[in-house]
Design a protein around this ligand. Structure first.
Ligand SMILES: C[S@@+](CC[C@H](N)C(=O)[O-])C[C@H]1O[C@@H](n2cnc3c(N)ncnc32)[C@H](O)[C@@H]1O
Length: 281
């Protein structure tokens, strides 16, 4: 479908943004049908601007401009060689943050995505942005992919990780990284959507003291995902309902975290930025 055809969609002018199925593929056509495509090729900012424009009419799950700035500021500060993101979707954050990591002298950006269709769309937009040699989208469950990245030796430690996927998996994936010793003093985590739709178990975990975490760890690894306090929609999203984490691990309660909310002005959501500042023996 061409950009012109998109004006005939069911609710484009409605105040409520359209959630019509297949809008991710429509985004791809909208961008590749631009008349001056050659001016966009190799320009991450222009691709992002078009994604923002598309999002004026369609509900997309992207991190967006204001929360995105919190993470790009972190990239400028941490200057990771390798940055990992959990949850690629159509590649907005992978393009925004991948460009920032490259500009700061990094080596690569790894984006973990469950849905192969979203990954395919993201790859074509990453390609258009000129980041295909820098950003790699890895298809599969984040826990399986994180485990494989560790065991292959490709990623031994987390420098900066953006967490933006299945909400109940934030905590279990972090514990898996802790279990492998990938979280070390200096590691930084940026977790999206901690206020909306919200993530009470994750916030509680990263804000707990070592003593509190040791108490909980005595009970052993939790079975399944902790869905306490989640909206039903967040639990049932991404067709992971009923599934359990691939690994049962307690993590490393001895890691000391400093964690704080970063809420852009006027936003109903925030990014929780968590820094590992030490290990308490
Ligand atoms: C909120 S969207 C990510 C948005 C993206 N970070 C951005 O800002 O453009 C969440 C994505 O996580 C993916 N996802 C959900 N559960 C996952 C899992 N267990 N492993 C990997 N990806 C997952 C979904 O398919 C979806 O594309």
């Amino acid at each position: 479908m061409s950009a012109q055809n998109s004006s005939t969609l069911p609710h484009p002018e409605a105040a409520e943004k359209s959630r019509e199925p297949g809008r991710e593929m429509k985004l791809l056509h909208f961008i590749y049908d631009q008349p001056k495509l050659e001016e966009i090729r190799g320009n991450p900012q222009k691709v992002l601007q078009l994604m923002d424009k598309f999002e004026e009419k369609y509900h997309m799950m992207t991190v967006g401009i204001s929360k995105g700035k919190i993470v790009t500021d972190l990239i400028n500060e941490v200057k990771p060689k390798i940055m990992i993101e959990l949850g690629c979707y159509t590649g907005y954050s992978a393009i925004l943050f991948g460009e920032a990591v490259r500009r700061n002298g990094g080596e690569k950006y790894l984006s973990l995505e469950l849905n192969p269709e979203y990954a395919a769309i993201a790859n074509m937009l990453i390609e258009l942005a000129g980041l295909r040699d820098f950003v790699r989208v890895i298809v599969g469950r984040s826990d399986d992919s994180l485990d494989r990245l560790y065991r292959s030796g490709e990623v031994k430690k987390i420098e900066l990780m953006f967490i933006d996927h299945y909400k109940p998996a934030y905590t279990t994936d972090l514990k898996l990284c802790e279990h492998h010793g990938m979280v070390v003093p200096g590691s930084v985590l940026a977790a999206d959507n901690v206020l909306y739709p919200g993530n009470p178990p994750y916030l509680e975990y990263v804000r707990s003291t070592v003593e509190q975490k040791r108490e909980v760890a005595k009970k052993g690894p939790s079975k399944g995902y902790d869905t306490t306090g989640f909206r039903e929609r967040a639990v049932n999203s991404f067709q992971l309902q009923g599934s359990v984490p691939s690994f049962e691990v307690v993590g490393n309660p001895n890691l000391v975290y400093h964690s704080e909310l970063n809420q852009p002005e006027g936003s109903n959501d925030a990014i929780e930025v968590t820094r590992c500042v030490g290990v308490q023996e």
